[in-house]
Write a new protein. Structure first.
Length: 209
């Protein structure tokens, strides 16, 4: 089943809106009686339906593939290090993808913060962790002779990919997820959503494999 939310942030905002709506309904019923509460419920339901329909039209996934802007004979790979730094499994996949060509790699490390930290605007710890993972990834790739640069990305991994593709005309995307935990729904949803949204070859690499 496809996740109806585009990101964890959207799900968190939906939760807050739901709590606020129920609080408004309860307060209206308490102050004005049952029928006032029902009226508020009806208004909230219609408003939610309108917002959902507009959101669906505005955020329907678009299969985007930016033009390659590199010189002839160059293969550009966008790597999304999603809570997992680069290792030899990624090195092997990059070498396979760029075989016979000069390879150029951009590594994006999304800075994932918990809902609580986002709520209080405390994302420094998440950015520091993402930066450490990015630095480790670049060291690993460069030590293997791979030309690589990197940048921090948004908390939403799909948005981080889209942002990177605006300036980096990739020929393919590699999504790296942690190998020290069972591959869960989040990893599967990320890869599936990326394949739906971006018209580029997308490979999933589990770190440590």
């Amino acid at each position: 089943m496809r996740n109806p939310f585009g990101s964890e942030i959207e799900a968190f905002h939906f939760l807050l809106a739901t709590v606020a709506a129920f609080a408004a309904i309860a307060l209206a019923a308490l102050l004005g009686g049952t029928w006032v509460g029902v009226s508020v419920w009806g208004v909230a339901t219609v408003a939610a339906a309108v917002v959902y329909l507009r959101r669906g039209r505005a955020t329907r996934p678009v299969r985007t593939a930016p033009a390659h802007v590199g010189p002839p004979g160059e293969t550009r790979i966008l790597v999304v290090a999603d809570e997992a730094p680069a290792d030899q499994a990624l090195v092997r996949e990059i070498e396979r993808a760029t075989a016979g060509h000069r390879g150029r790699v951009l590594v994006v490390s999304p800075a994932h913060a918990s809902p609580t930290h986002r709520w209080v605007s405390d994302v420094d710890g998440a950015r520091a962790l993402a930066q450490r993972q990015l630095d480790e990834s670049l060291d690993t790739l460069r030590a293997s002779g791979i030309e690589a640069e990197g940048e921090l990305g948004e908390d939403d991994s799909l948005q981080a990919i889209e942002d990177a593709l605006r300036t980096f005309g990739a020929d393919g995307i590699i999504i790296v997820t942690p190998g020290d935990r069972p591959s869960g729904r989040r990893e599967r949803d990320l890869v599936a959503s990326a394949r739906e949204r971006f018209a580029l070859p997308i490979t999933h690499v589990v770190a440590g494999n």
